[in-house]
Design a protein around this ligand. Structure first.
Ligand code: NAD
Length: 480
């Protein structure tokens, strides 16, 4: 089943149309719920078949997906393949391999007070899950939560982002050809479709996107007390210590900004560095960007992604217009061609928008700090980030920074890569999100981990029941 509703930003819709969308969405949700209620999605064979179908879909149609990503984001083929297509099929294969084991009841040891008896945790599906995805990694960020929901035995409504329409269309066309489209429905469309979906009752809502819309989703979920995962954004800092290998640090940070032109939720947002190594670091960044671009420059370079839309390029131009710092690298913006050059700004005003909004583009502010302690204070003075990066050869320093700060995830001596192993649960904290997924944590997120205690009917000692005589009370107090 798949539904396609026009992007309301392109064509404003009136109340009659809104009612029509709500009615259509209501029908889709109710028929997906009927499938769930029928019990079809619970057997492990069904779950594994769907996961196989998703992997086959990605493998059979790699070229079509790479093209869609290029159309939407100017994504280089290899970035689309590695960071959106193959990484997704690999993780779905991992879910497929382990789902049956994770779905089994998990025996637990009981304390003396609960004996005789046995205890177990029984993972059971939640019901109908809603997955709302953003545009920056539009395949991975839709399919990984969808696959986790399926692995846990749920039926799903999946809403891709309207901001990446070619990929959204490809997913809506191909998903029903490979998996059970009555149990997993794709609803394409913009804010009006998302709003109509959020009016419905779900058993889980998994949202990835901006913090502002995260609030709207949380409010809508609260109405039905629906559990949510919110995968949000924010400003992920990098601390470069003077013990770091400066060239390697600069190349890795530059890569984190180059990848998808900085439009990655865990992209390094800004750098904190002491004055003694700042100039070397900025020079090394310049050199790294020059090497990545080759002699082709960045403007028409097929290895460098575009900014997703003129509106987003205009937003980045705004951030670069008024920051009070010195542009040390790049600075060129051409909104008409959705182009922003990799740009380094040294010592912007910390009250500027550049240092307060999530940048989500290839612009890197460098902030000079007095010491590691000052870097920690800077980070702790702001919202808890989705990711935190430390470059240091001195392990005491990296441990000190990790111990004194809080973030959704962290990576030492690299950026972004901590989200790749499925063994590491991924998610934010505070304003950068709530809840975790990837691997088993995704399976558990979409499961009700039901606690079950089995007791034998004998013995059934009378002293546990009222009336609470002095003797009984003494025994109970002693036992507990
Ligand atoms: P977006 O504009 O594509 O929006 C995300 C989804 O929300 C879309 O499907 C959209 O239709 C829906 N939406 C938009 N407005 C809505 C509304 N008013 N009500 C209900 N739904 C609505 O993506 P975006 O928000 O621009 O994505 C970028 C943000 O997402 C950044 O902040 C980034 O850091 C964050 N992000 C986080 C992660 C993560 O895993 N934590 C991953 C990618 C992106």
């Amino acid at each position: 089943m798949s539904l396609n509703v026009q992007d309301p930003e392109i064509k404003p819709i009136d109340r009659t149309e809104r009612n029509e969308i709500s009615a259509q969405i209501g029908k889709v949700v109710s028929s997906v719920r009927d499938v769930y209620q029928s019990g079809r999605t619970t057997p492990m064979e069904w779950r594994l078949e769907q996961l196989d179908g998703l992997v086959r879909m990605l493998n059979d149609n790699t070229a079509q997906f790479e093209q869609a990503l290029a159309d939407d984001l100017g994504k280089p083929g290899i970035e689309g393949f590695a960071a959106d297509i193959r990484s997704t099929s690999n993780e779905i294969s991992y879910l497929r391999k382990h789902a049956a084991k994770w779905a089994k009841p998990r025996k637990v040891k009981l304390p003396m007070t609960a004996k005789p008896g046995s205890g177990r945790i029984v993972p059971e599906p939640l019901g109908v899950a809603l997955v709302i995805a953003p545009w920056n990694y539009p395949i991975q960020l839709l399919l990984l939560p969808v696959a986790a929901a399926i692995a846990a035995g749920n039926s799903v409504i999946a809403k891709p982002s309207e901001v990446s329409p070619a990929t959204s269309n490809a997913l809506a066309e191909l998903i029903p050809r490979y998996i059970d489209s009555e149990a997993v429905a794709v609803c394409e469309g913009g804010v009006d479709v998302a709003t109509a979906l959020l009016e419905q009752r779900f058993d889980h809502i998994f949202y990835t996107g901006s913090t502002g819309v995260g609030r709207i989703v949380y409010e809508a979920a609260a109405k039905h007390l629906t559990p949510v995962v919110l995968e949000l954004g924010g400003k992920s800092p990098v601390v470069v210590h003077n013990s770091a290998k400066i060239d390697v640090a600069a190349r890795r940070v530059a890569w984190g900004k180059w990848l998808n032109a900085g439009q990655t939720c865990v992209a390094p947002d800004y750098v904190l560095i002491t004055k003694d190594v700042r100039e070397r670091f900025v020079d090394a960044l310049q050199q790294a960007f020059t090497e990545f671009a080759d002699e082709r420059g960045t403007k028409t370079n097929p290895d460098y992604s575009s900014i997703v839309s003129e509106r987003h390029a205009e937003r980045l131009r705004g951030l670069l217009a008024d920051h009070g710092g010195a542009v040390a690298v790049g600075g060129d913006v051409d909104t008409a061609s959705c182009y922003v050059e990799p740009t380094v700004v040294v010592d912007p005003n910390v009250d500027s928008d550049l240092m307060n909004e999530e940048i989500f583009g290839p612009v890197l502010p460098i902030v000079t700090v007095e010491s590691t302690t000052a870097a920690i204070e800077f980070i702790n003075g702001r919202e808890k980030p989705l990711a935190l990066y430390v470059f240091a050869e001195d392990e005491d320093v990296s441990e000190q920074i990790l111990d004194s700060t809080s973030s959704g995830g962290a990576c030492v001596n690299h950026v972004v890569l901590h989200l790749t192993p499925p063994e590491l649960p991924f998610g934010g904290v505070g304003q950068s999100g709530t809840g975790r997924y990837h691997g088993k944590s995704g399976f558990d997120t979409f499961s009700n981990l039901k606690s079950v205690l089995n007791k034998p009917t004998s013995p059934d000692p009378k002293f546990l029941y009222p009336p609470y005589t002095k003797v009984k009370e003494r025994i109970i107090r002693k036992l507990l």
